[in-house]
Ligand binder design. Structure first.
Ligand code: FAD
Length: 368
């Protein structure tokens, strides 16, 4: 069976849902195609749920350009739509003198990225704000917060559906082709069919490269390689010792074992970072000792036995070990030569924070 539709969004994660919402609000007919039996079961529900201020990202990068306005838009959206969130603030701390230069680097980058509210703290101020934290220097990012990612996705989906969009679950896109009449997608599942679309948004998370490779007509040299990096989260039993998020100065290519407080006041530590070859969310408990060691650098009061294995998440990377961290890659007509097609690759952190800004960016690309 074959059907003609206006827009298909492949992937019902937070980014696909934000894009579908944007297109539906603009009056387009939208079908969201999701391989799984529920929305948001992959990266969008396996993350830190932090609304990032946009401190770290390189000057002019898409991450910097989309995170800062995306975060502001997200706060407004959550407030207007009753999505549970809290602007709890974040302390970034140096645990030794060798990390102070790292702190200063963040501060300079934050200023370039347009974040004007960072406040340097004295050791006494750190102790007043977070008595359990040991640090030699630090600053406060008051505009960092937390959000209920499931509630957010539900709200995006609700907005999209209210404007006529539909979500097709258990509907994997298996292949496709760019034709003279639009982009044809072969959708599997119980009611397998081919749909021919004016517009296709490939927002399939860490599967986006694989999906693009099955669509005949997309130039293969525009599709980046695929890498995965897993992160583990441990939860803390007992009363929360912190009120805010605590991030140690980053080591290497990730933000370190940081503290996140969720909306229920529970504390979790993570994620760590390891390259993996395939998608497997299995929790590797051999990391426990390394977590205790990393956390005790800034939280010496952590008691033996207080950490419990939590969950894992997998970063959809497009550069591998030893290569510089990549920016978001969002390709439109100018990049691959196909009208009506947008491919999103490497949408790792801060993709949740940036979701509304990514949706606006995609809408602009489609005007070409
Ligand atoms: C450990 C970790 C921590 C993070 N922490 C934060 C944070 O605190 N703040 C922040 O802003 N960002 C954070 N992020 C990033 C954020 O979670 C992601 O950027 C965001 O969730 C990506 O959403 P997505 O919709 O692109 O991908 P996904 O959520 O992975 O959604 C893609 C969807 O596509 C579907 N799909 C795949 N293949 C097909 C197919 N062939 N046909 C149909 N559907 C398909 C999948 O089933 C999935 O539902 C974190 C990421 C990780 C890994």
């Amino acid at each position: 069976m074959s059907e003609k539709i206006d827009c298909a969004v492949i992937g019902a994660g937070v980014v696909g849902l934000a894009i579908a919402r944007g297109l539906a609000l603009a009056g387009r007919e939208v079908v969201i195609l999701e391989a799984e039996e529920a929305f948001g079961t992959h990266t969008s529900s396996r993350n830190s749920e932090v609304i990032h201020a946009g401190i770290y990202y390189p000057t002019g990068s898409l991450k910097a350009r989309l995170c800062v306005p995306g975060g502001r838009a997200l706060y407004q959206y959550c407030a207007a739509h009753g999505v549970n969130h809290r602007r709890i603030g974040k302390l970034i701390v140096a645990t030794g003198p060798d990390q102070i230069e790292g702190l200063k680097k963040y501060q300079r980058q934050a200023e370039i990225n347009g974040i004007g509210d960072l406040r340097m703290l004295t050791v006494n101020e750190i102790a007043e704000l977070e008595p359990e934290v040991r640090a030699v220097a630090g600053f406060l990012s008051p505009s960092t917060g937390i959000v209920d990612s499931h509630g957010l996705m539900l709200a995006y989906l609700g907005d999209a559906e209210a404007r006529g969009a539909s979500l097709a679950l258990a509907s994997p896109v298996n292949s496709g082709a760019v034709t003279g009449d639009g982009i044809a997608l072969n959708v599997g599942g119980n009611e397998a069919m081919t749909i021919v679309c004016n517009t296709v948004i490939n927002s399939a998370g860490f599967n986006a490269q694989a999906v693009a490779r099955t669509i005949t007509g997309i130039p293969p040299d525009t599709i980046p390689p695929t890498y995965y990096a897993i992160g583990h989260y441990y939860t803390l039993s007992g009363t929360a010792p912190f009120k805010r998020l605590i991030y140690p100065v980053a080591r290497q290519d990730w933000l370190g074992v940081h503290v996140t407080v969720d909306l229920g006041g529970r504390v979790k530590f993570g994620p760590d970072f390891s390259w993996i070859d395939r998608i497997d969310y299995c929790f590797d408990e051999s990391r426990t000792a390394a977590f205790y060691e990393a956390i005790r650098r800034y939280y010496p009061g952590l008691k033996d036995g207080a950490l419990q294995p939590g969950y894992t998440g997998i970063r959809p990377k497009i550069t591998g070990k030893g290569e510089p961290a990549a920016d978001f890659v969002i390709q439109g007509l100018r990049d691959h030569g196909i009208k009506g097609l947008v491919n999103l690759y490497g949408i790792e952190s801060p993709g949740l924070t940036s979701s509304l800004a990514i949706a606006d960016y995609v809408a602009e690309l489609l005007k070409n």
